[in-house]
Structures are given as structure tokens and as C-alpha cells.
Design a protein around this ligand. Structure first.
Ligand SMILES: [Zn+2]
Length: 443
């Protein structure tokens, strides 16, 4: 038996069907079309999406879901002070169970906001982890273990364990990545070894989907100097130039941030088909600057949207980032047509899927794609009148207009509520952990 979502304004990714239907069987979309499609599936369950937009689930291409437990924990500090004095010391005290709880919180928040896929970097452990959380919650995800120079052997081992246990889990709903944390925390040889590991794992597990490489790149203006100092090396130009010189750039590489790059470096990213995750809210909040998205676009670099963690955002709201992107780059270009609504819609969906090397299965509502579907209500004052669905979505819709969310055909959000979750129990666990964090700080 299958399900038909009917009567909605369907944004397939490539086109708008004003009274459309999307048909799901198991975890896959089997048909998409106009109202005439519905009669072919008379025995299927139906959801009436009249007065709603039906669209592909949004894709968050850079986050640390577990850090949702640190939402609002360290405020008003510059990046390095924020990391070294506040974030890293408390992270060292978090247990695997704490990490799983934080990731659970992040995954639920994402689903409520219509985000069906996360690319998340944190710390893996066999006992409990982000992967365990995503598996239980039902969200689609790419999960990586952050590799650091000081703990690299363990980092490689945990990445292999993570891959063995979770890559391809639940019909491919979970994939893993190899995550050298950043060029300033991972030396050149370890960075190269990380890429080699990704290549080996891709050979071994090729039938379960691509294993990408995920790292923070050129987030702060001091990064090139930090790399030189931390690893006692020298190079010309910026961070991307350096990564190119050690031969680690490739189409499997997703670089988060990429704020401080020269035009020549953007050409290197384009030449190597490196993917970008823009993290505009986090970069602005931590005072890091603004990534040159219009240059990425001009030179043909695939860009997508990330939120970074709730510790630097403070939410995992991709739709909010989408509006910010449109406003920011229009403002910088001083042209209202510099970034069109449809282009921003693509960044949240189709381009996000490309950035994760997952575009053959997610990011569109088309026959054969995974049934990751968001139904967003237009029965709202802010949605009336409606002339242009893309402009509505980017500029006037709110993430809590999302009413239904499906991941792999399974309904996880119904009428704006998480299916089967006791909110009180979750809040109780989260606040217990918050109290423990506060007591650790004061001890
Ligand atoms: Zn990050």
C-alpha cells in the first residue's frame, strides 16, 4: 500500500505543478503529476495538501547536531576565544549519551523546520553517538567523526568503526563521511591520510553510496597563519591554496564556511569541483565575515546552505538562512535581481544534494527519488495573497509553517508535531544535562 499527497502546489525542484500529486511507495516516490495522477492510485491512503506547498525536504550541509545542547551556552565571543575557552573545554566533558541527546534535539528541531537531511560532524563512539540519534529519530544524515591531529590514530579508527556500523543503514538513510576537522587542527600529512582513508572506504563500500570528505575551511582571517604556526610549515597565499598544494581538493570534498578566499582560490575550488557549505548566520554571529557566494556562482562552484551548530547560530533553521542569503547578496550587489528566489530554493534542495554527492536520490520530487517531502501550510496570514510560491517560501514563509514531514516515506511530523514524542520527557532530559553542564563549569 502506498500514499498519495494530493491537491498541493508541488514544487518538484525543476517545476511548479499548481494542483499536484506526489505518490509514495515504501521509501520512494513512484509518481509525480497533476490531479489526473490521483485516480490511478484509488486504493492508496491520501493526504489532502490543499492550501499547502509540497516540496523536497531541505538539506543542511554543515552542522554539529549534538551541539544543540550548547545553544546559548557561550555568547558574544570571537571564534578562537569561543572555541578554546568555552566550547572545547566543555566538549571534553560530554559523554557519548550526552552527545546522542544533543543530536536528538538537533534532529527534531531540523525536522520541525522541514529539514530532512543533515551533514553533521561530531564525535563517534560505539556506545552512543549522533548516528544512534539520527537512526532513532528517522532523519536522513551524513555522519562524520571529527579527526584532530592530536588524536588522529583514534580518529581514523573511529571513522572506520563508524563506517562499518552505520554506512548504508536503513536502506541508505544514513551515510558516513571522513571529517578532518580543519586545516589548522589537522596537519598536512594527517589531512592527506584522511583523504586516503576516504578513498579506501569508498572502494570498499562503493555500493552503499559516496563517502565524502567534510572539513571547515577558511572560516577566520587568521587561519593561514595558524596553520603555519601549528605545523611549522610555510606556504604562499590562503588556506585553499595550501589545501590545493597538498593535493587534498576533490569533487568528494565539502568545505564549510570558505569566507576568506581570493579569486584565484575560488578558481581552484571550481577546477577541483569542491563543494561549498555557506554558513552565513554562524559567520555573521561570530564576526567572521561574509563568504563570496556571488564569486562562487560566477566561477561555477556548487554552493549549498549550512547552519553550523546551534551554539553559533542559534538554531538549525535552513529557511532562515535562505532568506538571509537572498537579502545579504542582493544588498552587497545592490541589485534586487542579483539572487532570485528560485535560485535560493535550489540551494536548499537540489544544490544541497549535489554538495553531499547524493543528488541521484534526494533534493527533488521526482519518480525514483527518496520520499523526503515537506508540506508547508499556506493557510496563514503571512501567506495571503500568494502570487509566487518561490518568493513566498524565501521571503515570507516561516519554518513553523511546516505541517507534515516525511523522510524515506515515513511521516515524522504530523500537523506540526513530532510523531510519537513525549516533549515533556525530552525537555526534562535536556534540562538535566544543562544543569550538569552548569555544575561542571562551576566546579
Ligand atoms: Zn562547523
Amino acid at each position: 500500500m502506498g500514499l498519495v499527497i494530493k491537491n498541493g502546489i508541488v514544487l518538484t525542484g525543476e517545476k511548479i505543478i499548481s494542483e499536484g500529486a506526489v505518490v509514495i511507495e515504501d521509501d520512494t516516490i513512484v509518481d509525480v503529476g497533476d490531479a489526473s495522477v490521483v485516480s490511478k492510485y484509488s486504493s492508496y491512503d491520501k493526504i489532502d495538501a490543499k492550501g499547502c506547498i509540497v516540496m523536497p525536504g531541505m538539506i543542511n550541509t554543515h552542522t554539529h547536531a549534538a551541539m544543540s545542547i550548547l545553544r546559548g551556552y557561550a555568547e558574544d565571543l570571537p571564534l578562537h576565544e569561543w572555541l578554546q575557552n568555552k566550547i572545547w573545554p566543555i566538549e571534553a566533558k560530554l559523554t557519548p549519551k550526552d552527545i546522542e541527546l544533543g543530536a536528538t534535539l538537533g534532529a527534531y528541531e531540523s525536522l520541525l523546520f522541514g529539514v530532512t537531511t543533515l551533514n553533521s560532524m561530531y564525535f563517534y563512539s560505539e556506545e552512543a553517538s549522533e548516528a544512534h540519534a539520527f537512526a532513532k529519530v528517522g532523519i536522513r544524515a551524513v555522519v562524520g567523526h571529527g579527526i584532530f591531529e592530536t588524536t588522529k590514530d583514534n580518529g581514523f579508527k573511529l571513522t572506520e568503526d563508524l563506517t562499518k556500523t552505520w554506512h548504508g543503514y536503513d536502506k541508505g538513510r544514513i551515510r558516513v563521511s571522513v571529517d578532518p576537522h580543519a586545516p589548522y587542527t589537522v596537519g598536512p600529512n594527517t589531512f592527506k591520510e584522511s583523504v586516503n582513508l576516504a578513498n579506501e572506504l569508498n572502494e570498499k563500500y562503493y555500493e552503499k553510496g559516496k563517502i565524502i570528505i567534510h572539513s571547515h575551511v577558511a572560516e577566520s582571517p587568521q587561519e593561514a597563519e595558524s596553520i603555519k604556526k601549528n605545523f611549522n610549515i610555510n606556504f604562499d597565499g590562503g588556506v585553499v591554496n595550501y589545501l590545493n598544494s597538498i593535493g587534498v581538493l576533490s569533487p568528494n570534498f565539502i568545505a564549510a564556511h570558505v569566507v576568506h578566499v581570493s579569486e584565484e582560490e575560488v578558481s581552484l575550488l571550481a577546477k577541483n569541483n569542491v563543494k561549498i557549505s555557506l554558513n552565513l548566520v554562524s559567520n555573521l554571529k561570530l564576526g567572521m565575515g561574509i563568504a563570496p557566494y556571488l564569486k562562487f556562482r560566477e566561477l561555477g562552484v556548487i554552493s549549498s546552505l549550512g547552519t553550523d551548530s546551534a551554539a553559533s547560530n542559534n538554531s538549525l533553521d535552513v529557511l532562515e538562512s535562505a532568506k538571509l542569503l537572498a537579502l545579504l547578496y542582493r544588498g552587497l550587489a545592490r541589485r534586487a535581481d542579483a539572487v532570485k528566489s528560485y535560485e535560493v530554493f535550489r540551494l536548499m534542495t537540489i544544490e544541497g544534494a549535489k554538495a553531499l554527492c547524493w543528488e541521484d536520490e534526494i533534493g527533488k520530487l521526482e519518480k525514483g527519488y527518496k520520499a523526503d517531502i515537506v508540506v508547508l501550510s499556506l493557510k496563514r496570514i503571512n501567506a495571503n495573497p500568494l502570487y509566487d510560491p518561490y518568493a513566498h517560501l524565501i521571503f515570507s514563509a516561516k519554518s513553523n509553517d511546516v505541517v507534515h514531514v516525511f523522510v524515506g516515506g515515513k511521516q515524522l511530523i504530523q500537523n506540526g508535531v513530532i510523531v510519537g514524542l513525549s516533549y515533556d520527557k525530552l525537555f526534562e532530559e535536556v534540562n538535566k544535562l544543562k544543569d550538569r553542564i552548569i555544575s561542571i563549569l562551576s566546579s
